[in-house]
Design a protein. Structure first.
Length: 306
């Protein structure tokens, strides 16, 4: 089987995590890394990644349209910059997977494990949603299938160092998770809304809380049992079930998308509150690589029987 030829555009922690996720994979061939000067200390972060190979071409090109994707026969560009995917296509890439907020319209938004089966070969510009979406989408999928979700509110919580200036690193007003969930779970269109994210000093991870109205009454025991069965069953590679404190249960090396925090589940009749968290970019980076694999060999639509 011919490996998928991959190029990465961008530097910083996300690009380094994607490189780590690619390490040791024989179904991918990393052919180029473009880390322009000044891209979040790209050399420090990417150069320190445990890549597993050093044969790729290093580039420092600021103009996306001048990147040599055609010369290197790149199948998929993993864009970690949030740039316009059309420029990568103009440069000769066959497809683009945006791993940061996309700068233009895309053909599909995909959360691997949720809707990657909808990928088609005609999808040239794909967005991998955001970390918060990957953190809560599996939970929403499992609980909607079992309980039904009619309305939901999301709140993201991120860490902030104790000595940080409150004006530094201002969070966006929204993570975009609610919008992305409407795209990857179309049956729940317009069910999700999102509050402004919060920063809490000393919490070295991120958390997404979801409060929703179920279609029937439930209990804490039922909700946690549903998520435990999922985490030890079909969703084992994506969801971890946690019954220990959040800050100690997560690992920097965990490649799953999220950890379900069973200790924070609350239920009042049909109103349910659940929380799921993630630490760093590694789990998200692994889902990006999984999505790239699905993009290169997308599922074929079913052919009706004559």
């Amino acid at each position: 089987m011919t490996p998928t030829r991959i190029a990465i555009d961008g530097g910083g922690l996300l690009a380094a995590s994607v490189l780590r996720a690619l390490a040791g994979r024989d179904d991918f061939e990393l052919v180029a890394l473009n880390a322009p000067p000044g891209s979040s200390d790209a050399d420090a972060h990417v150069g320190g990644a445990d890549v597993g190979c050093a044969d790729f071409v290093r580039l420092r090109e600021r103009d996306t349209r001048r990147l040599p994707w055609k010369r290197h026969a790149v199948d998929i560009v993993l864009d970690c910059t949030g740039g316009d995917a059309r420029a990568h296509l103009q440069a000769g890439a066959r497809k683009v997977l945006s791993c940061a907020p996309a700068g233009a319209a895309v053909d599909a938004t995909v959360v691997y494990g949720i809707n990657h089966g909808a990928l088609r070969d005609s999808h040239l510009r794909v967005h991998s949603a955001c970390r918060a979406t990957h953190g809560i989408a599996p939970v929403a999928r499992v609980l909607h299938d079992a309980l039904g979700i009619s309305n939901a509110m999301l709140t993201a919580v991120h860490s902030r160092p104790h000595d940080a200036d409150p004006g530094e690193g201002a969070l966006p007003q929204r993570t975009g998770a609610a919008e992305h969930l409407h795209r990857v779970l179309p049956e729940l269109d317009h069910c999700f809304d999102e509050t402004e994210p919060m920063r809490i000093p000393g919490v070295h991870a991120s958390l997404v809380g979801m409060v929703f109205v179920a279609e029937r009454a439930s209990s804490v025991e039922e909700v946690n049992s549903l998520m435990q069965a999922a985490a030890f069953g079909d969703w084992a590679d994506i969801v971890r079930y946690g019954d220990t404190p959040f800050t100690t249960a997560l690992s920097d090396r965990d490649t799953r998308s999220c950890i379900f925090e069973s200790g924070w589940t609350q239920v009042s009749g049909r109103v349910v509150k659940v929380c799921a968290g993630y630490r760093g970019d590694l789990g998200y980076a692994h889902r990006v690589v999984d999505t790239a694999r699905a993009m290169h060999r997308p599922p074929q639509p079913l052919i009706p029987s004559p």
